[in-house]
Design a protein around this ligand. Sequence first.
Ligand code: 5GP
Length: 218
Amino acid sequence: MTISHTTTDEPIHRRGLMLVLSSPSGAGKSSISRRLLESDNNLSLSISATSRKRRPGEVEGKDYHFVTPEDFQIMIHENRFLEYAKVFDHYYGTPAEQVMETLGRGSDILFDIDWQGTQSLKATARDDLVSVFILPPSYRELEIRLKKRNQDTDQEVAKRMSKAADELSHFPEYDYIVINHDLEESVKQIHAILMAERRRRYRLNGLTDFVRNLQAGY
Ligand code: 5GP
């Protein structure tokens, strides 16, 4: 099912929202993100910049903008990030320009970022932010999913597992919690969150004039 968003609300213009998904690595966040993007035509992905090396199968401009550590530092100094953080020895950041333009035209953006990034975005854009924390159904399941990926070295898997407990502790900082027992069910739950958040009064520009006109009999 594709959710479409037509202009039945005219002349009310909705400001876009920033949907943040975070989870420990391996909780299923990437699959959920993919399904959300496929099924909702008003949602696009924020492409982060990173100084880490490209993994096999990753595509420049689609998964990340891969930049050198030196170029990343230049971007920091030019204030081109809404937020950035160092995760697992590498830098990751959200380029500001694309995000602001997208929100302004009423489209929503999905962020696949960690708790550090979420906290930074909260500090700069609280009203635009809707944050969802995805939990794995069990620790065992998390371990299985991480090993299945086969993209990382054993050493890296072990590092991520040891990080999981720490990452899990950040759940209270999020607006919503989804426990990923089943991919389709999780996607459904996040769609429901999106639908409700899109109706927030403060996202609807022109509402006062619209109601005034109703009151005046237009
Ligand atoms: P990975 O190397 O597995 O793609 O990502 C490692 C971690 O970096 C993940 O937890 C991911 O959510 C986080 N990350 C990816 N992009 C960004 C970003 O733009 N900002 C921040 N703060 N974290 C990010």
